[in-house]
Design a protein around this ligand. Structure first.
Ligand SMILES: Nc1nc2c(ncn2[C@@H]2O[C@H](COP(=O)(O)OP(=O)(O)OP(=O)(O)O)[C@@H](O)[C@H]2O)c(=O)[nH]1
Ligand SMILES: [Mg+2]
Length: 192
């Protein structure tokens, strides 16, 4: 860790997916008394502002501002575009999928400790060494590249990382603050 000082950090949850593999809206699936959406939101409750990118009126989440998709149904990269575009320039945002119910406040704090001048994204690595862009930090300066990729027909958020100045954070750093951080829920059996 380079620092333990928390920065002002916005939050963006992208929740505009169709949950096809889950079979019903996974954002509203319950794990240990809270919906997946509530669990992710709780991990981000110290952030400000807090933006929920989802179809208008689909969810009610206290303390969160609803932001419509700029390109509905085009995936989480499009959700990131809508979220970053709704923020004032020059700030960092914690960006999360709705299906990561084991994220913790400490996870986001640990990632934010790796923010450094010139970096546009702080991306954690899972235990298998893969970059995990759906629970990561992005600077608003990434917005131009996000839009350029989407305009070019690209939908893979990993493609964005090739265009940004990225700081990677090892799994060893994250495991101690969120040991199940990247266990995402795609199917009903993933809830167990
Ligand atoms: N805002 C927004 N978020 C999206 C969109 N598509 C997917 N997401 C979100 O991106 C995250 C990861 O996507 P997936 O795991 O594929 O979720 P999903 O698309 O709902 O599920 P599948 O239909 O099974 O692929 C989830 O939080 C989704 O809600 C979209 O078009 N707009
Ligand atoms: Mg999907």
């Amino acid at each position: 860790m380079t620092s333990t000082t928390p920065l002002p950090l916005a939050a963006i949850i992208t929740a505009g997916g169709a949950s096809r593999r889950f079979g019903r809206d996974k954002a509203l699936a319950v794990l240990d008394g809270h919906t997946l959406l509530e669990r992710v939101a709780l991990s981000l409750s110290v952030c400000s502002p807090r933006l929920l990118v989802a179809p208008p009126g689909k969810y009610v989440l206290g303390g969160w501002q609803s932001v419509p998709d700029t390109r509905p149904t085009e995936g989480p990269l499009a959700g990131l575009e809508a979220g970053l575009g709704a923020l004032n320039p020059g700030i960092w945002a914690a960006f999360s999928a709705v299906d990561l119910p084991h994220l913790t406040p400490g996870f986001w704090l640990r990632l934010s400790a790796f923010i450094q001048p010139g970096t546009q994204a702080v991306i954690g690595l899972s235990a298998d060494g893969r970059r995990q862009p759906l629970a990561a930090l992005y600077h608003t300066s990434a917005l131009g590249q996000v839009t350029a990729l989407l305009n070019a027909g690209e939908r893979r958020i990993l493609a964005l990382l090739e265009r940004l100045s990225v700081t990677e954070v090892s799994w060893a750093e994250l495991e101690e603050v969120a040991p199940r951080a990247y266990r995402n829920v795609n199917r009903v059996e993933d809830l167990g």
